[in-house]
Design a protein around this ligand. Structure first.
Ligand code: C2E
Ligand code: SIN
Ligand code: SIN
Ligand code: SIN
Ligand code: SIN
Ligand code: FE
Ligand code: FE
Length: 624
C-alpha cells in the first residue's frame, strides 16, 4: 500500500525528467541554429557589400571598384565555406564581369539571395516557446532588416553615382524605396528594443557619417534630372561605416542570445540531475522500506506461529465463526472432549454444552463477546460419551483491521479436578465448623441443634435484609461458631445452675474476645466472618452490650443478625441456669428490646416473616 504513492511520485518524476530532456534537446537545436545565424549574418554583411560594390562596378561600366569587387568576392567565398547554400552567384558574377547585365538586375539578384537567407532567421524564431527568446530574436530580425535596407540604399546610390551619363531612375527609385524600408524597420526596432540599443542607435544617428548619408538622401529626393556629382568611393565607404556599426549591434545581440541559451541549458541540465537524483534516492528508500517491511512481516509470521504453538501446547483451544461454528480445535480439545477433529469442525460449539449449564451464563457470554470484549468464566462441558469436564474459559473476539469481529478464539484450562478438590475442601470446612459449634454447645448442655438453627435463622435474616450471595454464605457458614469462645470458660461457670456472680459474669463475657482471638489473624473470608460474629454477637444496638459497647451500625450486620438469631433460640431452650420461655414471653422481649438490644429493622423483618422462622424451628425441633 505504501508503494502506490511511491509509484505515482516516481512516474511524476520520470515525466518531469522526460519533459526536461525535451527542453534540453530544443535548446541544443536552438544553439546550433544561433551558431548558423552568426555565420549567415557575416555572409549577408559581405554579400551586401559585394552587391553595393558590383553596382558601382556596373554603373561605371567596369571602370571603378574593380579591385574591391574582387576582394569582396574572395571574402564571400570564404564565408560560404562555413555554410552551404544554393545560389546562382557564379552565374551573376560572370554576367557582371562581362558587363552583360543591367545594374538594377544585378542588384535585384543579390537582393534575392539576401532575402532567402533572412528567411532562415524567421524560421528559427518561429519554433521557440520561450517568450523572452522570441522577443530577442524579433529584435535581431529588425536590426537585420535595418542593415539590409541601408545596404540597399548604399548599393542603389552607388550605381547611380558611378554612372557616367544621365540618371539611373530605376536605381534611384530603388534607393528611395529602400530608405522607406529602413525607416519602417527602424520604427519596429525602436518599439521592441531595450534602452541600451536605442542609445546605441542614437549615437550612430548623431555621427557626421550618418549626417552625410541623410544629406545625400534628402538631396536626391528633390533632384529629378541631370548628372550626379558625388564621389562614389566616399559614399560607399561612409555608408559601409554606418552599416558596420549596425552590424556590430547585431553581433553583440546574437552573442547575448547565445549566452542566454547556454545559461538556460545549464539550468535545465542541473534540473535533470536533481530530478534523477531524487528519483534514485526515492527508489533506494522505497526498496529499503519494502525490504524492512518484508523482514518485519516474515518475523511476525514466524513469531505468531510459535505463540500459537505455545498456546496449543498448554491450553484447550478452539476457534469459531461469528455464529459459533467451530473452525478449529486443537489436540487437547479433541482429547478432552472425546471427539475427533472431523466431528467438531463445522459443528455448532454447543455440541459440548452440558445440560447443567444455565442458559443465562451463555447469554452473558454472547452479550460480552459480541460487544467485542473478552469473556471469562467457568463452564461445565459434556464429553462425547456423557461424562463432564469443567474448564475455565476465556473467549476472545478477534477483530480485523476495520474493527469488525472476524472470529472467536476460546482458550481453556481443564479445572475439573481443581473444582472437585475445592468443593470437597469446602464441604469438609463446613462440616468441621458445625462440629466445632456442637462441641461448645455440648459442654454448656445446649442442644446440637442450637448452632444449626442459629445458622438457619441468620441465613434467613440475611437474605431478607438483602445481603449479597457470598455474604449470606459466609454468615451462614460462620454463625455456628458464635459461641466457640466458651471452650475457654471453666466448667463450673459454664454449667453453673444458678445466676452468675459479678466475677463469674466478667469471665463469662470473655467468650466473645476469646472467639475473636481465635480467628482474627486469618485472611479466609469464612474465618473473617467468624471473627466478626464471635466478637460482636453480644453487642447491643443502644451501645449497652459487650465487649466493646459498640452502637447501631458500628456493629457489623453479621453481629446484629446473629444477636437476634442467638437470643431467639436461647430463650426458647432450657439451660443449666434457666427454663425455656414461652413464645409469648419471647416475642414480648424481642419487641421490648427493639432499638435497645436489637436492630429495629431486623426485628421488623423478623416479625414480618415470623412464619418462616417458626417453620425453621419446627423442622429442626425433631432432631432436638
Ligand atoms: P446463652 O445461654 O446461649 O444465652 C445467650 C443469650 O440469650 C444471653 O446472652 C441472653 O441475652 C439471652 N438469654 C438467655 N437466657 C436468658 C434469660 O433467661 N433471660 C434473658 N433476659 N435473656 C436470656 P448473655 O446474657 O450475654 O449470656 C451469655 C451467655 O452467658 C449465655 O449464653 C450463658 O451461657 C451464660 N449465662 C448468662 N447468664 C447466666 C447465668 O445466670 N448462669 C449461667 N450459668 N450462665 C449464664
Ligand atoms: C517461551 O518463552 O518460548 C516459552 C517458555 C515457557 O512457556 O516456559
Ligand atoms: C460458543 O460458540 O459457545 C462460544 C464461542 C467459543 O467458545 O469459542
Ligand atoms: C459452550 O458450551 O457453548 C461454550 C463452552 C466453552 O466455551 O467452553
Ligand atoms: C451450609 O451452607 O452447608 C450450612 C448451612 C446450610 O445448610 O445452609
Ligand atoms: Fe454468646
Ligand atoms: Fe448461643
Amino acid at each position: 500500500m505504501t508503494f502506490i504513492p511511491v509509484f505515482i511520485i516516481g512516474l511524476g518524476l520520470l515525466a518531469l525528467v522526460y519533459d526536461s530532456l525535451g527542453k534540453l534537446q530544443a535548446l541544443k537545436e536552438l544553439q546550433l541554429n544561433t551558431y548558423k545565424i552568426k555565420n549567415i549574418s557575416q555572409l549577408i554583411l559581405d554579400l551586401q557589400q559585394e552587391r553595393g560594390l558590383s553596382s558601382g562596378f556596373l554603373g561605371s561600366g567596369g571602370k571603378k571598384f574593380t579591385a574591391q569587387v574582387k576582394e569582396m568576392r574572395r571574402k564571400v567565398d570564404s564565408d560560404c565555406t562555413k555554410i552551404s547554400f544554393d545560389s546562382n552567384l557564379t552565374v551573376i558574377r560572370h554576367k557582371i564581369d562581362a558587363l552583360s547585365i543591367s545594374t538594377i538586375d544585378a542588384f535585384s539578384s543579390y537582393t534575392g539571395i539576401v532575402k532567402n537567407m533572412q528567411e532562415y532567421y524567421l524560421k528559427t524564431s518561429m519554433n521557440i516557446d520561450d517568450a523572452y527568446l522570441v522577443k530577442q530574436f524579433q529584435i535581431y530580425i529588425n536590426l537585420s532588416y535595418m542593415q539590409e535596407a541601408l545596404g540597399r540604399v548604399r548599393g542603389s546610390f552607388n550605381g547611380v553615382f558611378t554612372r557616367r551619363k544621365g540618371l539611373d531612375r530605376d536605381l534611384l527609385y530603388n534607393a528611395f524605396h529602400s530608405k522607406g524600408m529602413y525607416d519602417s524597420s527602424q520604427d519596429r526596432f525602436l518599439a521592441t528594443s531595450s534602452q541600451q540599443y536605442i542609445n546605441a542607435l542614437q549615437t550612430i544617428a548623431s555621427s557626421p557619417e550618418y549626417g552625410y548619408i541623410k544629406h545625400i538622401v534628402d538631396k536626391y529626393t528633390s533632384l529629378q534630372f541631370g548628372n550626379p556629382t558625388e564621389d562614389p568611393q566616399k559614399w560607399f565607404n561612409t555608408a559601409t561605416h554606418i552599416i558596420n556599426q549596425i552590424a556590430n549591434i547585431e553581433t553583440s545581440h546574437i552573442e547575448m542570445i547565445d549566452t542566454y541559451i547556454r545559461h538556460k541549458t545549464h539550468t535545465i541540465r542541473m534540473q535533470i540531475i536533481s530530478q534523477i537524483s531524487f528519483f534514485l534516492l526515492m527508489l533506494f528508500f522505497s526498496s529499503r522500506l519494502s525490504y524492512k517491511l518484508r523482514n518485519a512481516i516474515l518475523r511476525n509470521i514466524a513469531l505468531l506461529q510459535q505463540y500459537k504453538d505455545a498456546v496449543d501446547r498448554s491450553s484447550i483451544v478452539s476457534k469459531t465463526t461469528k455464529s459459533g461454528r467451530i473452525t478449529y480445535a486443537n489436540d487437547k480439545f479433541c482429547a478432552i472432549s472425546g471427539y475427533t477433529r472431523d466431528k467438531l469442525v463445522g459443528k455448532a460449539h454447543n455440541i459440548i454444552r452440558h445440560p447443567d449449564m444455565p442458559k443465562e451464563a451463555f447469554k452473558d457470554m454472547w452479550d460480552t463477546i459480541l460487544d467485542k470484549r473478552p469473556w471469562t468464566g467457568i463452564v461445565k462441558n459434556k464429553k462425547k460419551y456423557g461424562d463432564f469436564y469443567i474448564v475455565e474459559a476465556t473467549i476472545n473476539p478477534i477483530l480485523n483491521h476495520k474493527g469488525e469481529i472476524e472470529e472467536f478464539i476460546a482458550i481453556r484450562n481443564d479445572v475439573t479436578e481443581i473444582i472437585a478438590l475445592q468443593e470437597d475442601l469446602e464441604h469438609t470446612q463446613e462440616e468441621l465448623i458445625v462440629k466445632m459449634g456442637i462441641i461448645t454447645e455440648k459442654r454448656s448442655r445446649e442442644t446440637a441443634s442450637h448452632v444449626k438453627r442459629v445458622a438457619r435463622y441468620s441465613q434467613l435474616l440475611a437474605r431478607l435484609y438483602g445481603l449479597k450471595d457470598d455474604e449470606i454464605k459466609n454468615l451462614t457458614d460462620a454463625s455456628p461458631m458464635h459461641d466457640i469462645g466458651k471452650v475457654g470458660i471453666p466448667d463450673e461457670i459454664l454449667t453453673k445452675p444458678a445466676k452468675l456472680t459479678p466475677d463469674e459474669w466478667a469471665i463469662m463475657q470473655t467468650h466473645t474476645s476469646m472467639g475473636y482471638d481465635l480467628f482474627k489473624d486469618s485472611d479466609k473470608p469464612l474465618f473473617r466472618a467468624a471473627a466478626i460474629i464471635t466478637h460482636e454477637h453480644h453487642e447491643k444496638y443502644d451501645g449497652s452490650g459487650y465487649p466493646r459497647g459498640l452502637k447501631g451500625e458500628e456493629i457489623h450486620i453479621y453481629g446484629r443478625i446473629t444477636a437476634i438469631a442467638d437470643v431467639f433460640d436461647a430463650l426458647g431452650s432450657g439451660r443449666y441456669y434457666k427454663e425455656a420461655w414461652s413464645d409469648q414471653e419471647i416475642f414480648a422481649l424481642l419487641k421490648e428490646e427493639r432499638g435497645k438490644h436489637f436492630d429495629p429493622k431486623l426485628i421488623d423483618i423478623f416479625f414480618e416473616h415470623l412464619d418462616e422462622f417458626l417453620e425453621i424451628r419446627n423442622v429442626f425441633c425433631s432432631s432436638v
